[in-house]
Ligand binder design. Sequence first.
Ligand code: NAD
Ligand code: UGA
Length: 360
Amino acid sequence: MNPERIAVLGAGGFIGSHLVPALIERFGCQVDAVDVDFEKLEHRDPRLHRIQARIEDPGIVEQVTSRCRVVLSLTALCNPALYSTIPLQVIDANFTHLVPLVKACAQRRHWLIHFSTAEVYGLRAVDAAGNPSAEMNEDGSGLLLGPVHRERWSYACAKQLLERVIWAHGQHHGLPFTIIRPFNTIGPRMDFLPGVDGEGTPRVLACFMNQLLRGEALQLVDGGHQRRSFMAISDMVEAVGRVIERSKPCQGQILNLGNPNNDVSIAELGRALSRAFAEVVPQASEPRFEQVSAADFYGPGYDDTEQRIPDITKARRLLSWQPQASMSEMLPGIVRDYVQRYAPSIAAERNARRQQVSVA
Ligand code: NAD
Ligand code: UGA
């Protein structure tokens, strides 16, 4: 498909801010970009139409689905520190507020490309009978969430239920859809630095960058033995472009997008980031690591995925796509972005503190 106009909901977030300029460039199309915050989407182009709103605001779903035949939905609260602290908001953001969008797309037969998550697979990879398996597969894996009192799974459960709503509209009410399950995608502009442009605990990449920039110890939750497969944002953007081009084979499908070659422990990620940081900031102090329990770091109700490796056979086949960037290729650019964006404000903060101390 070569769409004339695409709606991108959550366009001001990490993935959205990379996707929007790439879609305009690739398809020469108009983009209706919806978000509450456009700080990260600096792109200037007459074909980009910013709509600053919440998707649950009256009229917004109607406005974008009446104009755009392709709708990419990325809005979410997708930060694990929120899943067990504000689970009701997490469930609303990832489920309740999106149900009207699914219905509107189904009524109009407009293509909904929805960003779900690898978290729907849950604690570890299992087959449909619950037996351990090596990789997570879209159509073969069971979805193994922890008990209800482990509120960490509020996000995965909300995302899974929305997948089921989308699937049912596809099967029974003619909705053209594609569900994307991203696996830990990282890159420049991911999340925020606490105390600089956000509050709370971001995802692991921004946590580690925050600590490196401040010369603090990197905190390894439960020893940092958990493993993730990290994919570069550039590989995600290329894959999504191909999904849109290949509408016929991709509609009605759930697609894992991730990089199984970059399966590393969180401790390894910390060491690799520290090395990349030392290359960019040669005067950086020696990296330090600190063990912290999940209960101390996230509070009660947290739980964790041990390992998350995507089976990307389907994406390879349907998209003729293969993720390219290794960890050592992607980390230097990411580190440079964080240093450029945040080092000046962290230095200013440090100077202000020193002045306060010397005045006192
Ligand atoms: P992000 O938090 O950077 O972006 C989400 C954006 O949605 C934010 O800009 C936020 O302001 C906006 N938003 C949230 N609620 C909104 C609302 N009600 N109305 C309007 N805007 C709203 O997250 P991201 O990393 O860019 O992720 C994008 C999507 O991909 C999410 O659905 C997420 O669950 C999914 N995902 C991402 C990853 C990853 O590794 N980055 C992995 C799995 C799934
Ligand atoms: C994330 C988020 O849930 C979603 O954004 C996304 O949907 C999902 O990944 C996905 O890619 O499918 P998770 O990988 O657990 O989930 O979140 P991160 O914050 O990236 O944490 C990764 C691991 O690092 C976890 O085991 C966490 O406990 C650990 N961690 C985090 C640390 O050891 N130290 C920190 O400072 C922060």
